[in-house]
Ligand binder design. Structure first.
Ligand SMILES: [Fe+2]
Length: 489
């Protein structure tokens, strides 16, 4: 069987390296100064063992820095317990999304008391209260130095790391000096908790439960929405009996069951008071990513990349991606209009904004999140029925126009928008994407003009960057994370 090149090079191993002056073709915008920090898997192989799923793997941070017309690059594994066990003992020692360590029956029984959930925080990056954090769905968030990529310490969204999961997409509003994330506390009585962090004093961020909601069978929730006034939690019908997580006989995600008869449930909470304003059920669907949400009269409008079911999770098992004719279900950008007043006959209206497949959606978050005039969504996409994400797209939700960028044999990662300072137009800037060249087994950083969606420059690396997930651009990484004492957020 011929393994597709995006698996051979993109789901393998990558070396730790640093390159001072990465060769650039094209012309970099003069105003583009700062660092793109990205997170993702750096290795899928540990000794004789291989991780099983795209969402597993050992966390590796990447930094592309633009300074003085040059690009430098560095990467580094996150120095976690999971990484230490892999490096020093050559074994997978902690439970990942879809991979469990080999355990004896006795060890499985002991896992009830200590499931040894991974600290390999490989999914996203955020800066909260001047701390640069590598984020995972466990509440263990790992702090790192944004310049050296060295691991600094551990921060938690919640006080205990047992029986809790969280999202890797906290909503951050610097104008209100707050960060909010969703934590699910599993137990005989499970609870969704919206954790609020007051960041007004960066040295002493204060966390509290803003809103809670009891739940019998918690849903797998990867992100949530925020408008000016509301927080929106969508419960997809991919749910788990908490007892099966307590027993932990299977890898984490395999304990969840698709129950479409439950429908999808929108819960809307007031951002100020935490009060639940509305809960309403609509037809079953699944999603990883909220894109944006905004208030519109008596409605809250919620944009999500939606799927008809949760089979996309199965499509990301490595054995599935290794198949020559593997395919990924296509997510589409869907708009849900949720009426906040229950008048009895006011269902959630659903509209597909574009039929173009999209995943890893992004926007000019700092400026446009929660705003009704937001209209530019960037993402990765699929050109055909088979294979992996092989093009970048921009969907204009106002004009409904779609722009594409693709190159033969190339697999672009998440597009990160960087705005030109002083811009008026929402898309006046560039989109940065790390692109895997399947045939050559190398990667480059692509710089696209966000308005025309054409290439302006690329910085060529001599090695592959594995297929990753999320990152962010920071114009200034001046605050050294190392100067902030370790604590619990
Ligand atoms: Fe995500």
């Amino acid at each position: 069987m011929t393994v597709p090149d995006y698996v051979r090079h993109g789901l393998a191993d990558s070396p730790e390296t640093a390159i001072e002056d990465v060769p650039v073709t094209g012309v970099l915008p003069e105003w583009l100064e700062g660092s793109l920090l990205r997170n993702g898997p750096g290795s899928f192989q540990v000794g004789e063992q291989r991780y099983r799923h795209w969402f597993d793997g050992l966390a590796m941070l990447h930094r592309f820095t633009f300074a003085g017309g040059k690009v430098s690059y560095a990467n580094r594994f996150l120095e976690t317990r999971a990484y230490a066990a892999a490096r020093d003992e050559g074994r997978i020692a902690y439970s990942e999304f879809a991979t469990d360590p080999c355990r004896s029956l006795f060890a499985r029984a002991m896992a009830v008391f200590d499931p040894q959930v991974t600290d390999s925080a490989k999914v996203n990056i955020a800066r909260i209260a001047d701390r640069f954090l590598a984020l995972a769905e466990t509440p263990i968030q790992v702090r790192f130095d944004p310049e050296t990529l060295e691991t600094v310490g551990v921060t938690r969204w919640d006080r205990s790391d047992f029986g809790r999961m969280t999202t890797v997409h906290p909503q951050i509003d610097d104008s209100r000096q707050e960060a909010i994330n969703l934590v699910t506390r599993f137990g005989a009585s499970s609870t969704y908790v919206l954790r609020h962090v007051d960041t007004s004093d960066p040295d002493h961020p204060r966390a509290r439960d803003l809103a809670t909601k009891r739940v019998g069978e918690p849903s797998y929730i990867h992100s949530f929405g925020m408008s000016e006034r509301y927080l929106i939690v969508v419960e997809y019908p991919l749910v788990v009996n908490p007892l099966s997580l307590l027993l932990w006989l299977k890898p984490y995600i395999e304990n969840f069951r698709w129950k479409p008869e439950l429908g999808a449930r929108f819960h809307v909470f007031d951002r100020e008071t935490g009060a639940r304003v509305r809960s309403v059920t609509t037809e079953a669907f699944f999603g990883f990513h909220h894109v944006n949400a905004f208030d519109d009269g008596g409605d809250v409008v919620v944009d999500i990349v939606g799927y008809d079911d949760a089979s996309v999770i199965e499509a990301f098992y490595l054995h599935r991606l290794e198949e020559p004719d593997s395919s990924i279900p296509a997510g589409t950008l869907r708009r849900f209009r949720v009426p906040l007043v229950d008048s009895g006959d006011s269902p959630v209206e659903v509209e597909t904004l574009s039929e173009t497949p999209i995943e890893l959606p992004s926007l000019d978050y700092a400026r446009m999140n929660t705003r009704p005039d937001h209209h530019c969504v960037y993402g990765v996409s699929l050109t055909g029925e088979r294979g992996f994400y092989d093009q970048l797209v921009k969907i204009d939700t106002r004009s409904r126009e779609t722009s594409m960028w693709k190159e033969g044999g190339c697999y672009p990662g998440e597009g990160v928008f960087v705005g030109r300072p002083g811009r008026d137009a929402e898309d006046d800037g560039v989109v940065l994407s790390v692109v895997l060249e399947g045939a050559r087994g190398t990667s480059f950083l692509l710089v696209l003009d966000a308005q025309t969606f054409t290439e302006v420059a690329r910085a060529q690396l001599p090695h592959p960057v594995l297929l990753g997930y999320h990152g962010q651009f920071f114009g200034d990484v001046g605050t050294s994370a190392a100067s902030v004492p370790p604590d619990q957020v």
